[in-house]
Design a protein around this ligand. Structure first.
Ligand SMILES: Cc1cc2nc3c(=O)[nH]c(=O)nc-3n(C[C@H](O)[C@H](O)[C@H](O)COP(=O)(O)OP(=O)(O)OC[C@H]3O[C@@H](n4cnc5c(N)ncnc54)[C@H](O)[C@@H]3O)c2cc1C
Length: 297
């Protein structure tokens, strides 16, 4: 997806077949080298000469980064798994429907065929569709670097506007979603000016785990495009956890979520519009997530 025109600064292209090999190449080539997955974000910024790498290290031939499997109570997604693969996989049914929904809204089929989950997270746009979903699902990411591997809760991955916790040379290797025994439902809703090929004005994910007495045992709420980074709404989660499911609880959580946003005006919407839409989306997503949790029981 990186065009010849975009690649004017590029002097070399390497495609290692292991994570260790990619890290070694990055060490050898230095700071003018950059990792490439699907290229759907990188191609755009290179074309505009906002990023001018001299060396591209293609990660797409590394088998480990393309695995998608359930290991005991965890769904493990290699960072180079494409949005389209997730959209079409049955692995998320009953466990993480919201992630399938988010992946299914990324760009067009062509974009989703090459764009990857890892690329979406590493690009770290506040509007990245999968980021609030993974926050709500309590995902953990695995990172590999010159000093070995480490696990990091996704809550600690987005450290600022378009900035991640990755140190120079580190690779995001996998995304892990814990799957509980309790009935779970999740829902992703995205508000845009169009229904397709649209970056969100706001997006919301709600995840609910039900207790045996029918109350909400645990909850996750993720918000996109309403702050400098994707946001987890701890206030809404506190309202939901331990509460009886129903419209009064959804409304209380929805209004709590607004306090965790700091939206701005931009070309897509005003700050006021975003703040007004967040509670609508949270209440709606909570209702859908609850319906799914009940049918997954
Ligand atoms: C037409 C179009 C429509 C789009 N629509 C949407 C949309 O609706 N919603 C949305 O969220 N996004 C959208 N995008 C953005 C993009 O498709 C996604 O963010 C995609 O998931 C990026 O993945 P990629 O594999 O292409 O990343 P790349 O472009 O290859 O990489 C992106 C960045 O992450 C780094 N990187 C990639 N993988 C790794 C890794 N494993 N470890 C460390 N660093 C890594 C790269 O160095 C680069 O800086 C759209 C893009 C286009 C072109």
């Amino acid at each position: 997806m990186v065009s010849a025109q975009a690649a004017t600064s590029v002097r070399s292209f390497v495609a290692p077949d292991t994570v260790v090999g990619a890290i070694e190449q990055r060490h050898r080539l230095g700071d003018t080298a950059i990792y490439l997955s699907g290229g759907t974000d990188l191609g755009v910024v290179m074309r505009r000469h906002l990023v001018t790498p001299e060396h591209l290290i293609d990660l797409s031939r590394i088998d480990e980064l393309r695995t998608l499997e359930r290991v005991d109570g965890t769904i493990v997604i290699g960072s180079a798994v494409t949005h389209r693969t997730i959209e079409l996989s049955g692995l998320f049914v009953g466990h993480a429907e919201a992630l399938r929904e988010a992946c299914a809204t990324v760009g067009s089929v062509q974009t989703r065929n090459v764009g990857t989950l890892g690329g979406n997270l590493c690009n770290a746009s506040p509007a990245a569709d999968t980021a609030p979903v993974l926050l709500a699902l309590g995902a953990v990411v695995e990172i590999a670097g010159p000093d070995g591997r480490r696990l990091l809760p996704i809550d600690d991955f987005f450290v600022g506007y378009r900035r991640t916790a990755l140190a120079p040379g580190e690779i995001l290797t996998s995304i892990r979603i814990p799957v509980p025994d309790a009935p779970r439902g999740s829902a992703f809703l995205k508000l845009g000016r169009r229904k397709a090929m649209e970056i969100s004005i706001a997006s919301v994910t709600v995840r609910l785990d039900l207790a045996s007495d029918g109350t909400i045992a645990a909850a996750g709420v993720g918000l996109g495009s309403v702050a400098a980074t994707p946001v987890r709404s701890a206030s809404a989660e506190r309202v939901l956890t331990g509460s009886p499911p129903g419209p009064a609880t959804w409304d209380a959580a929805a209004h709590a979520a607004v306090g965790d946003c700091s939206p701005i005006d931009d070309v897509r919407a005003t700050q006021e519009y975003r703040a007004a839409m967040v509670p609508v989306l949270v209440a709606r997503a909570a209702g859908i997530a609850f319906g799914r949790a009940r049918s997954n029981a």
